[in-house]
Design a protein around this ligand. Structure first.
Ligand SMILES: Cc1cc2nc3c(=O)[nH]c(=O)nc-3n(C[C@H](O)[C@H](O)[C@H](O)COP(=O)(O)OP(=O)(O)OC[C@H]3O[C@@H](n4cnc5c(N)ncnc54)[C@H](O)[C@@H]3O)c2cc1C
Length: 321
């Protein structure tokens, strides 16, 4: 499943058919095996069904979980579709929507709902004092203005104190730090990704960060095994938990592993360097939005680069569809 379009799919459920992608045509060289890895050593990976796959080099990229309905909670596509259909139906009839968390998912969700259903009362709450505080002020200030123009109330510097459920949208009455209470027909908890690091944690001498990611050496290796690497959302390498980060990590991994396979020691190769400040694209529906692409850019660039198509064509092509 392709997460960037999962937000709009809530308002446009037919998008799901385009973003749930089978892996059978992904690789031209190599095999995709469906199964859950339950054990990893320096030389092999074992799956739940007992099958064992030996390897000279191993990369763990077990990713992260997210509150429903934005990523599948398990292996069942039917369950994922059902949760999406349930939440879409609730969103369709909700008069008021409260979004708790104004990271990329919360901000885009507010923008998508406001663009598709301007009749709804939408509130976006963030514990930060501005949107995207790690980026130049202009990005967050312009996003806030655009959201407000679209009718979204943006509440900053407030935490939701009594979220009943962190995994699933629900109806509720949310108390903010300053005592204010907001009632909403649908409350979306969107407070970030949770790394799935159970498997990587079984490697010898790994160190976890407070956010649940795993630390690595300069070559993305988390343990004393010189041939086992990690990448993506589980890896704490100085990058955010984004596809943008992976788009930098993967080419480095491919180059490094190819050289290793032809005999060059990993330690002799250039270490991985994370993004200094990664670009970010934040559509607010198909037409508007703001992005930071080494400078703050507005509607047109955001629409062309992400808002119009949400990378759907790119992913479908990559998956051979
Ligand atoms: C709604 C939403 C929208 C997003 N939009 C963007 C965006 O526009 N741009 C951007 O840069 N980032 C975006 N992100 C973040 C992005 O989706 C993640 O950073 C990215 O998916 C992480 O990739 P990953 O490969 O590390 O992990 P994941 O995408 O989480 O993939 C991990 C895979 O490993 C599998 N797995 C886990 N454990 C095991 C196991 N033991 N055995 C076998 N398989 C296992 C999982 O089933 C899954 O298929 C978005 C996230 C969300 C939730």
């Amino acid at each position: 499943m392709q997460p960037p379009a999962a937000i709009r799919a809530l308002l446009q459920p037919d998008l799901l058919d385009q973003i749930i992608l089978p892996y059978d045509r992904l690789l031209t060289h190599g095999r995709v095996i469906r199964g859950r890895a339950t054990a990893v050593t320096q030389s092999e990976v074992t799956l739940e069904d007992g099958s064992v796959y030996p390897a000279d080099y191993i990369v763990l990229a077990t990713g992260s979980s997210y509150s429903a309905p934005f990523k599948p909670a398990g292996d069942s596509i039917a369950d994922f579709r059902k949760v999406n259909a349930d939440v879409s139906a609730k969103l369709a009839t909700a008069k008021s929507v409260l979004i708790v968390g104004a990271g990329a998912v919360g901000t885009e969700l507010a923008g998508e709902i406001a663009a598709a259903r301007p009749d709804k009362i939408i509130t976006l709450v963030s514990s930060d004092m501005s949107l995207f505080p790690m980026y130049p002020d202009k990005l967050g200030a312009q996003l806030k203005r655009k959201l407000e123009r679209a009718g979204v109330s943006v509440v900053l510097g407030q935490r939701a104190e009594n979220l009943q459920n962190l995994d699933m949208p629900h109806a509720g009455s949310i108390q903010l730090t300053d005592g204010r209470v907001i009632n909403a027909d649908l409350v979306f908890p969107v407070i970030g990704s949770r790394p799935n690091a159970v498997l990587a944690r079984t490697l010898p001498r790994v160190t976890m960060t407070p956010t649940g990611r795993i630390k690595t050496d300069k070559w993305l290796r988390p343990s004393q095994h010189p041939n086992v690497f990690i990448a993506g959302d589980i890896a704490d390498v100085g990058d955010g938990m984004t596809i943008v980060a992976i788009s930098r990590q993967n080419p480095w991994l491919i180059k490094t592993l190819k050289r290793a396979l032809s005999g060059q020691a990993i330690e002799e190769q250039k270490p991985y360097t994370p993004w200094k400040k990664a670009p970010i694209l934040l559509p607010l529906g198909p037409k508007n939005g703001n992005s930071w692409m080494f400078a703050t850019v507005g509607d047109w660039v955001t629409r062309q680069m992400k808002g119009k198509d949400l990378f759907i064509s790119k992913y479908r092509k990559a998956f051979g569809r």
